[in-house]
Write a protein that binds this ligand. Sequence first.
Ligand code: MN
Ligand code: MN
Length: 463
Amino acid sequence: MGNELFYDKKTGWDRMRADDRRAMHSYAEGYKEFLNEGKTERDAVNYLKAKAESCGYKPYTRGMSVKPGDKYYKLNRNKAIILTVIGEQPLSAGINLTAAHLDAPRIDIRMVPLYEDNGMAFFKTHYYGGIKKYQWPTVPLELRGVVCHVTDDGIESIPVRIGDKPDDPLFIISDLLIHLATDQMQKSMMKGISAEKMNILVGSEPSQTDDDTSDKIKLAVMEYLHQAYGITEEDFLSAELSCVPAFPARDIGFDRSFVGSYGHDDRVCAYPAATALLDLEGIPSKTAMTVLVDKEEIGSDGVTGMQSRFFDTMVADLCRAQDVIPEECLENSTCLSADVCNAYDPNYPEVSEKRNDARANCGLALVKYTGSRGKSGSSDATAELMAKIRYLFQKNNIIWQTGQLGKVDQGGGGTVAMFMANRNIDTVDAGVPVLSMHAPYEVIAKLDLYAAYRGFGVFYGME
Ligand code: MN
Ligand code: MN
């Protein structure tokens, strides 16, 4: 016996054979493509919808048949998506469900954004999600989103996407030069950059139009937007435009073991949750489902967030088609709340508790509870559920570990887990550890991404 009595968090590398390593790198290539395409929840939904359709998934509408092997997807206002494969057992046996989010911290454009000031044109912004504001100036930004143009004949949605093609222009928030930053450098990191200074530079060449406006540069920007998209300044009132970091996802390190990208939180869980479902072979015993939502970064509220009745309505529709009571389905369901956790960072050991924080390359991290202070805002999974998933992963040789969000009383955070658990669904967080979470460029380990893909796959097949 001896050491066998001890639990030791082990690196996953010892368990990765040569073919596992190859599969891991090749899986990460698809993930990087998804990251570059899906930089907003709308773009991510579009990408996954197309991928689902290519795998034989059909859009679900109320009243359709719900029989074993049926594959459906359902969109929520183009900002959230449910994918599901109907299982052999009736829905009263419950669903094996993953829940992840597609939104990520970013810089949103205000409703009346455009102005001219001292020879330059800018957009006013409003940051979305929890960011360290000082990280965002001087970072190249792309513009993505949709403008809903109102005409005499009705409404037209115009997608906007500028900055991801090699010869596209980019956008930027300026920062003070160090030479004049004596006062700024005395400020706390919280106050060094104020939200009202996070204005995006969008132009400086005045319009050639013979017009008596004094805002010639603003006019030139509107002329460009009118020509390219047919929109007027008033159309910003019904637009959702965001600036997101323009860096593409890239391998990090000599050994290419990491991926650096904008938006790993939470696409590094959404992507394996979706692809493990799409790649599922045969008909699962229980219905398998992934729900990929919006608004997690601002509290999961709203019509496209996890607290929306969208999910409940979809489950109820499926249940009704099988004459099952939705409440019975939910009480027998199990949910992996697929969201990222912090990866232990050797540069900042003081905020972590190294026995309990997740580590890069130790696999998919099960997090029994999140929250802050005395576990406030957490659903705290039961011992029985932890054991059930532990048994499943052990039996299927999944590389996994446990995690927690740093030292107690150091900070905290939450996921969608509690909103699933509140629905009477057995729920535990399971996700990929991330370095520099919520920064414009975050880092994850490919081993953990691949472990998540494999882990979600065996979970969907759980009896
Ligand atoms: Mn997250
Ligand atoms: Mn987050």
